[in-house]
Design a protein around this ligand. Structure first.
Ligand SMILES: N[C@@H](CCC(=O)N[C@@H](CS)C(=O)NCC(=O)O)C(=O)O
Length: 252
């Protein structure tokens, strides 16, 4: 990571999972930003999971409701898309003009809507309950997601890329942005969680797949993916593989 006199970015996120924190990590990593993944640091003054827990919900200034959140200097910023709106401008991962910045933010908010629906395939009733306590509902939800919602989201994002004039289009304008990085993670995560379904449908989204491959080849992203900083997918995160949820859609 690049050394500088500026204070490092302090990312707060659950230590054992990629989760929503991964969208922020990818932006920081791609930019070579100086950052600390606070809750993954050894427990100590201002570090470790406890330090994160003390900030959630207050009583301090502008308390975040949930991780991820980011601190830099006096600023503390919550909500994944909001963090990326901020970092995009700081790290050169978003257009300079207002219209372009808002378009990137809009796409990122739509990605976060998709992330929430992916989460709800295994937790359709409550995040407070174990998956095992909501399995029948999860099966119905996953079938609907794979059959209807996922094609709708992927079709939308594919159509945005198809509007680009370039042979290798980006989501926003003529260059790479945090939206491209986030879509890379969406494709990775979907392939992990729903390998059979993705095998069946993904060829229908060639521009998304090409974008995914291009992001994976970016030197800093490639280095990050093979580093210990990149956590593996597991059964606590958003993208979880349960074979029983990865099935063909229910017939209406
Ligand atoms: N809309 C928020 C959602 C944040 C969120 O749901 N964070 C999860 C982890 S990925 C969490 O810890 N939630 C605790 C809770 O909702 O009580 C974002 O995009 O950052």
């Amino acid at each position: 990571m690049a050394a500088s006199d500026a204070p490092p970015y302090r990312l707060f996120y659950w230590p054992g999972i990629q989760g929503r924190g991964e969208f922020v990590r990818l932006a920081l990593e791609d930019a070579g930003a100086d950052y600390v993944d606070v809750a993954r640091e050894p427990q100590g003054k201002g570090a470790g999971e406890q330090a994160m827990m003390e900030l959630i919900g207050g009583p301090g200034r502008q308390p975040p409701f949930a991780p991820p959140f980011l601190e830099v200097g006096e600023l503390r910023i919550g909500q994944t898309a909001n963090i990326l709106l901020f970092l995009g401008a700081r790290l050169g991962l978003a257009p300079n003009d207002e219209a372009g910045r808002l378009w990137a933010h809009q796409l990122q908010l739509t990605i976060m809507d998709l992330v929430a629906e992916i989460h709800d395939t295994h937790h359709p009733i409550s995040s407070q309950l174990y998956y095992e306590d909501q399995k029948p509902e999860a099966k119905r939800r996953a079938a609907d997601f794979i059959g209807a919602r996922l094609p709708k989201f992927l079709g939308y994002f594919e159509s945005i890329l198809a509007q680009g004039q370039a042979t290798e289009p980006f989501f926003v304008g003529a260059t790479h942005s945090y939206v491209d990085l986030s879509m890379f993670h969406i494709v990775e995560g979907l392939r992990h969680a729903f390998p059979r379904s993705m095998k069946r449908i993904e060829a229908g989204y060639p521009m998304l797949l090409a974008l995914h491959a291009r992001v994976m080849r970016r030197p800093r992203i490639a280095a990050y993916l093979s580093s210990p900083r990149r956590l593996r997918f597991n059964k606590q995160g958003i993208f979880r593989h349960y074979a029983e949820l990865d099935h063909p859609p229910l017939k209406p």
